[in-house]
Design a protein around this ligand. Structure first.
Ligand code: FAD
Length: 544
């Protein structure tokens, strides 16, 4: 998109003088090398998943220009990150670290403050520093993607080691973990499966957490806690430091794995399905975070635009979706459960029998034998993901709209039927009101459930974008009123979500702010990330 002639490029932070900015960039060039700094003064290109921009949010929810950076810098080492942080303090420039910037649906590679300098760690900090085949651990830099880690493990012939992947494998293992992302093997809770971090604090001090603080240790990746307060949590979903290394635990191959699929007839069955899943999940008979997907996703996964199936306004009626579904392997249904079982065949068969018997207590449930599915069926993609093999199939549903973009509504509930129905109805009400299709999927963790509602909109249409934004705000408000909060959100909705965690006169946010002001007195690192504003910005009109 050519950029408006009204905008002087690159866009610099509000209140900053251009000569001072130019001086700052000159200084950064001398520190990191001119070839490692790019000004954001060219046309903006939304690209696509594999060629995503690091200049703005590729799935913009507001005007594309609203969330642009001034420049991007590419450090090659922790030492260079330290130089950049010290430089940002000297010139009081906001910086924003990304690992790979594929945080699509949550803000992509954009910073919350327009005109920030993006510290893109993904281009030159790409080393797999260690893979320990005996301990089943690894140590990674921010630029290691799920694909890269998977391929390196295959290359080294470590067939006994699995990684854990989210729906799409192109993201950074470290970036996903510090945003507390999830994947689909039994090691799907990425933060829980990390051990040790190296962090550059906003003043330029470097720390190692857990056993990493003990010189000469060989336990950094095996015991996450070390001695004293457990610091790692404050470097996730925050703006308290730039993580330059992370240790991860790797799952040993359990001796085989196999996917399964079960459909459920009515939309209202949701409550009963969740009641059936909960005990199986807590007992670990269902061992991974599986997905219970609404039938609309089964249709959208065919990769055709919505207009191919339905021309009317509002949500595609359930009746029409079920009609389409009846021509597919899933048949006429409202929900599809994609699960996986692990271990040698004998163990898998035993678990499958228990699961099937439980699922079939829901009237109308239909167990679809794996062998009856065509080889290119989506179940096999989920089976791979649930066995730690990176995939891209999930991108297909973005074709639902022209300029298909999406934003996630990600509330957490207990895996209780009643709660699932409440959240489902809140999402449905707001999607109806805002003329959007809702793509809900229930991801059931051990004792928590994320109802991830993927809202697909047309980013080329200002009305569709405004509706998506309004819908998100409405759902967040209503969910909070019913006692539910989001586990993660888009950058632009962080203030609203953070504001819902308000117990005792916002005591938690005041605690975060004290940490922020202590660690980052100049407020240079990712101001506004997750609703945490440094003193310099606080209550000055930045909050949304
Ligand atoms: P980045 O964008 O690099 O990082 C995410 C954020 O973390 C950054 O914005 C930054 O604020 C912070 N950060 C990154 N690196 C650092 C650092 N070194 N120090 C401090 N802070 C840092 N996500 C899931 O978790 N599970 C899913 O199953 C999933 N499914 C998806 C399906 C689709 C179709 C799409 C489009 C997205 C999905 N996502 C999912 C969201 C997202 O794509 C992934 O979470 C992805 O891994 C995030 O991008 P990234 O790894 O490149 O992280």
């Amino acid at each position: 998109v050519p950029r408006s002639s009204d905008v002087e490029l690159p866009v610099i932070p509000s209140g900053y003088s251009r000569p001072r900015f130019n001086q700052a960039i000159e200084s950064l060039r001398s520190l990191i090398g001119p070839e490692n700094i790019e000004l954001n003064d060219k046309p903006l290109d939304d690209g696509w998943y594999l060629e995503h921009p690091n200049t703005h949010d590729a799935f913009h929810l507001v005007e594309q220009e609203e969330m642009v950076s001034a420049a991007t810098v590419y450090p090659a080492s922790t030492e260079e990150v330290v130089h950049i942080v010290r430089w940002a303090n000297e010139f009081e420039i906001p910086i924003y670290a990304i690992s790979m910037g594929r945080n699509l649906g949550y803000g992509g590679a954009a910073a919350r403050v327009r005109g920030s300098v993006i510290v893109d760690l993904g281009k030159r900090m790409t080393k797999i520093l260690d893979i320990n085949p005996d301990m089943c651990t690894c140590l990674l830099e921010p630029g290691v993607s799920f694909y890269a880690l998977y391929e390196e493990i295959q290359r080294r012939g470590y067939e006994h080691l699995w990684i854990d992947v989210p729906d799409l494998g192109g993201g950074s293992v470290l970036g996903n973990t510090v945003d507390r992302g999830v994947g689909y093997t039994p090691y799907g809770n990425h933060f829980e499966c990390h051990s040790g971090m190296e962090v550059v604090l906003p003043t330029g001090e470097v720390i190692r957490t857990g056993m990493g603080a003990l010189p000469g240790n060989n336990t950094w990746q095996v015991f996450p806690y070390g001695f004293g307060p457990y610091a790692d949590g404050i470097f996730t979903q925050s703006n308290f430091g730039i993580v330059t290394k992370i240790g991860m635990t790797l799952m040993p191959n359990p001796g085989g794995s196999e996917g399964f699929m079960c459909t459920f007839k009515e939309e209202e069955d949701l409550a009963q399905i969740i009641e059936v899943v909960r005990p199986l999940r807590i007992k670990n008979i269902l061992e991974n975070v599986a997905q219970l997907k609404h039938v609309v996703q089964e249709v959208a996964l065919l990769g055709k635009p919505r207009t191919h199936w339905y021309q009317g306004k509002g949500q595609v009626p359930l009746k029409r979706l079920r009609e389409i579904a009846s021509t597919l392997p899933c048949g006429d249904c409202s929900w599809v459960y994609y699960g996986n079982v692990y271990g040698p065949k004998k163990n898998r068969d035993e678990k499958l029998k228990i699961i099937r018997d439980s699922f079939e207590t829901v009237p109308g449930a239909r167990w679809i034998p794996r062998d009856s599915l065509p080889k290119d069926h989506y179940m096999f993609s989920r089976e791979k993901i649930a066995s730690g093999v990176p995939e891209f199939d999930e991108l297909r549903w973005l074709n639902w709209h022209k300029n298909g973009s999406h934003v996630f509504f990600s509330p957490v509930s207990a895996p209780r039927g009643e709660d699932a129905m409440k959240l489902f109805n809140i999402a449905k009400k707001w999607h109806d009101e805002c003329d959007l299709d809702s793509f809900p999927a229930c991801c059931i963790g051990l004792r928590e459930m994320y109802i991830i509602v993927n809202m697909v909109y047309d980013r080329g249409d200002p009305v569709s974008k405004a509706n998506a934004y309004r819908c998100m705000r409405g759902m967040i408000k209503d969910a909070a009123a019913a006692g539910f909060g989001e586990y993660r959100t888009h950058l632009l909705l962080s203030d609203q979500v953070a504001g819902t965690y308000s117990w005792n006169n916002n005591a938690l946010m005041r605690f975060h702010e004290s940490i922020k002001d202590t660690l980052d007195p100049n407020g240079i690192l990712a101001p506004g990330r997750n609703g945490i504003w440094p003193k310099k910005y606080r209550n000055k009109g930045w909050e949304l």
